[in-house]
Ligand binder design. Sequence first.
Ligand code: ZN
Length: 219
Amino acid sequence: MPRFAAGVVKFQNEVYPENKDLFHELDRGQAPEALFITCSDSRIETAMITQTAPGELFICRNAGNIVPPPSTHTGGMSASIEFAVAALKVPHIVVCGHTQCGAMKGAMNPEGLDKLPYVRDWLSYSRGAVEIVEELGAGLSEDEKMTLLLRQNVILQLQHLRSHPSVARRLAKGDVELHGWVYDIKTGAVDAYDPATGDFCPVDVRYAAEMKRLAADCA
Ligand code: ZN
């Protein structure tokens, strides 16, 4: 029996009974706080990182946390984004990249992808970020180049996101907020894009004002 199948039995026997009310409530519908777009990488545990429960995040995952620009060829990402944004009306959208991303390593070295033609095609949606690294990366170490690519890829995918009609409509109304994050697998750090500075900073610094307000509301 695979471990993940044994896990289902454990869930049914131990976890479900303790959370029965929550699952009954979820049976009536969902109102997630965010559309969370991240990489398929097995090392990213979205619920653990964000400390969220079932029903709180509408999650889309793919290699490289990529958002293809809208096109006449409808893909799974476009349909899922439209559903989350236009039907569920999520108030937040997060694009979350991560360290040690195999997809981003591939985007940087596409000549190594000859035997993975679909991956190579998919990563062309990150081409703009790779070009920025090629232009600005002179003199940077390989690690620094990768950090720059992870961040620029998140920024590029946020740009693609803005061009989706459902997102553009919500942005025009001002009732959806976009977030760009990079999660560090080794340290647990999450850096967030700060539109005020145009740079990334630790998540607690980025959201310091909101956290202060939340603490004041709770007091
Ligand atoms: Zn990845």
